[in-house]
Design a protein around this ligand. Structure first.
Ligand code: DOR
Ligand code: ZN
Length: 353
């Protein structure tokens, strides 16, 4: 008989954009409804570059959770620092000693939203930070795309592997590395076979859609994110990886809210909003390939295991009941268009135990 319910350890989101201010207040409840912990990206303006800034940001997140009446959920924001050419060994030591900073994020300068203070030359300019991270076991989270305008936008991840991932691993064999939001077969092959402690997060949009989705019947800005959606062969490689028994692939939504009007414009922002319905979307992918049995490992086990954190003790239940994704949801004075807006999904989230 077809499986009707799926009860699993409460999942965590290992890659999330929560923003700050009013945007944070508007979106944080969606994540708290789906996840117990989330790795929170530091690409604010200005970027979160020090432990003191991360502490302040964490407090703002917890206040926003309280303002939504959700303090009793025990949501835990796992903070990150934004790596710059000037990050010092002392910055990393302070992060390692804090109880709330869990990783450092690398944005190559110019790669994406708020990345203009990013790193210009990782191996040339960040040695002291990388050395300290390796020594203290602080993971480096990598936006793995070259920013060279001569490289085709669809090839930037594969070129990054050759130019940065291989030399990085050679220079820092014990550094914990998470290749964030991988989008290609090359990314999957690299992570599966790499030496040293290497893992990757995978988003719902890269599991569900190929690049055709951006152009179906006209240009579709709500499918535009970075790294950009790729060909079908890459999507299939990602589904194989996520649903495999490799401990190296785990859930990271990269949910990245941008107001509707800032996506539907001549120079629209990159990012898909999936915090509202991430688990429903991921469950659909695992179900479609007959691998619901592996969903818990992907969503709830492999992430904490890699980060050296305990697995959650509570559970959530998904039911095979249709969930109609709203066309849009309120976002301050504007609205947000969630991923798969208007579609009816086969699974819905029942409750948080
Ligand atoms: O699509 C994206 N949006 N990719 C990123 O790397 C950043 C994110 C954002 O912050 O909006
Ligand atoms: Zn991101």
């Amino acid at each position: 008989m077809t499986q009707q319910t799926l009860t699993i350890t409460t999942p965590d989101d290992w890659h999330l954009h929560l923003r700050d201010g009013d945007a944070l207040k508007a979106v944080v409840g969606d994540t708290v409804n789906q996840f117990r912990r989330a790795i929170v990206m530091p690409n604010l303006r200005p970027p979160v570059t020090t432990v003191a800034m991360a502490k302040k940001y964490r407090e703002e997140i917890l206040q926003a959770v309280a303002a939504n009446g959700l303090s009793d959920r025990g949501f835990e924001p796992l903070m990150t620092l934004y790596l710059t050419d000037n990050t010092s060994a002392a910055d990393i030591e302070a992060a390692a000693q804090s109880s709330f900073v869990h990783a450092v994020k690398l944005y190559p300068a110019g790669a994406t939203t708020n990345s203009d203070s990013g790193v210009t030359d990782l191996l040339g300019r960040c040695q002291v930070a990388l050395e300290a991270m390796q020594r203290h076991g602080v993971p480096l989270l990598i936006h793995g795309e070259v920013t060279d305008s001569h490289v085709d936008v669809f090839d930037r991840e594969a070129v990054f592997i050759d130019r940065v991932m291989h030399p990085l691993r050679k220079a820092y064999p014990a550094l914990k590395v998470v290749f964030e939001h991988i989008t290609t077969k090359e990314g999957v092959d690299y992570v599966r076979d790499a030496d040293g402690p290497t893992a990757a997060t995978i988003t719902p949009q890269h599991l569900l859609y190929n690049r055709n989705a951006m152009f179906t019947g006209g240009i579709r800005p709500h499918f535009y994110c970075l790294p950009i959606l790729k060909r079908e062969v890459h999507r299939q490689a990602l589904v194989d990886a996520a649903t495999s028994d490799s401990p190296r692939f785990f859930l990271g939504t990269d949910s990245a809210p941008h107001a509707k009007h800032l996506k539907e414009m001549a120079c629209g922002c990159a990012g898909c909003y999936s915090a509202l319905n991430a688990l429903e979307l991921y469950a659909m992918v695992f179900d479609e390939v007959g691998q619901l049995g592996r969903f818990e490992a992907f969503a709830s086990h492999r992430g904490p295991d890699f980060y050296g954190l305990p697995r959650n003790k509570s559970t959530i239940t998904l039911k095979r009941e249709p969930f109609k994704v709203p066309e849009q949801i309120p976002f301050g004075e504007s609205t947000l268009v969630p991923l798969a807006a208007g579609e009816t999904l086969p699974w819905s989230l029942e409750h948080h135990a």
